[in-house]
Design a protein around this ligand. Sequence first.
Ligand code: NAD
Length: 477
Amino acid sequence: MDYPSSFLSKAFLAGSWIETPRTFPVRSPATGAVLAEVADCGPGQARTAIEAAAQIFPEWRSTTPYLRSDLLRKWHDSILAHAETLARTMAQEMGKPLVEARREVLYAAAFVDWYAEEAKRIYGETVPSRDPRKRILVRSVPVGPVYGITPWNFPAAMVTRKVAPALAAGCPFVLKPAEESPLTALLLAKLWEESGGWPAVFQVLPGSDPAALSGPFLDDPRIRKLTFTGSTPVGKRLYERSAPTLKRISLELGGGAPFLVFAEADLEKAAAGALVAKFRNGGQSCVAANAFYLQKEIAGAFTRLFAEKVASLRLGDPLDETTQVGPLVNAQGLAKVQELAADARSRGAKTILGGPCRDLFFSPTLLAEVPSDARILEEEIFGPLAPLCLFETEEEALAAARRGRAGLAAYLWTQDLGRALRFAEEIPYGIVGLNDGLPSTHQAPFGGFRESGIGREGGKWGLAEYLEPQYLSFGWE
Ligand code: NAD
């Protein structure tokens, strides 16, 4: 690590950096080298964190929004000042190419910047009363202590997208980062502390047994909100586990985005958009294009343009400035991509591009003539593998887009304005990229329909997740 790093083996618990009796290794997916042995927190540390969050909540909630805004602003500046360290840490612990990791730092910082501003705009309302002797006042109050669980694929942005609005609203936050990427989260906590942030309002508990560590948070009624980003099966389990204490819930779950190209689309732009939508972060993004549906008459031309771009992608060491695709994060991720490719090929799909694999590196691959019963069209691929399918009519395209149970993102390329709007209104997705392969930005509501989740992150919607209305009914004496 490029930063004085003794804290990277610890947990940030109740305002202090602590060691735990056990540790677990964090490995580089590119080399297999152990980057750090990190504190392995369990139920004991979880209970301490809950006490600390519950204790600090009344004080934090009572601070002025100007103070919270100021602390978030300083954190933002510190994140930017340490952008290169954060980027290198991400590249090392989860294999994201350095060039992309630098962009993620800017994206992560943008959430902190936005919520530093929004903290000052948490307004109440007055509502006209039917009764002339009453007044109706509505306040926005913080929901209370929050437990957050983040995935490894965006180790910085998934943290700030949750923590910044929670702190802005007046909620203390306890974070459990993914086992694969705790170092970025610990570094973010260190920067929060060093820039003057109140230590106990943002705690980070790494752990190798997420279910055991999460248990006390899920069971404790003082934790008023659970915010989770990760896979749909785990999200459903956490939803159930949160029911007995009726927590507020935000779930940002799996995607599986269809990418549709109509005959009238600008094919050059569509191919460039496809490259970003599929191969950013090696395909390990919840909004990654899963399957491509091409209108028959342009399928050949689009495939040639797309294949040319994919063939030029450089696979390699994430720390190399020229690398565009790194390794997959772990052996399970690689096995899944290999299985889905093998299943599609066994059903008749043709490989039009793709090379051999080495360690966790999977060469960017295009499969054509993928039959409609292939598993790859139903399951989230989460890797640099692109299946191509054909359609003839808008009805067929609509049926393809409605397949499955996910509803996070969909992409549509067309120059027919009527078709674009008609289609967007007909498909069940929380995010629709209309001639846009990268529809992720901090001001907009990010989240999914159907089994892709509950709630939104980003913009004013992300702040509302941490607030609830309190209605004061004022009667004249
Ligand atoms: P995952 O669900 O296995 O892990 C995500 C997090 O949940 C990790 O921190 C992990 O430790 C924790 N976890 C796992 N089991 C748990 C349990 N029983 N109790 C408590 N915590 C538990 O997901 P993953 O495979 O690491 O991440 C990829 C998934 O995340 C994909 O499906 C992707 O689409 C989704 N994702 C969604 C969004 C979004 O905004 N919708 C963003 C990024 C990733």
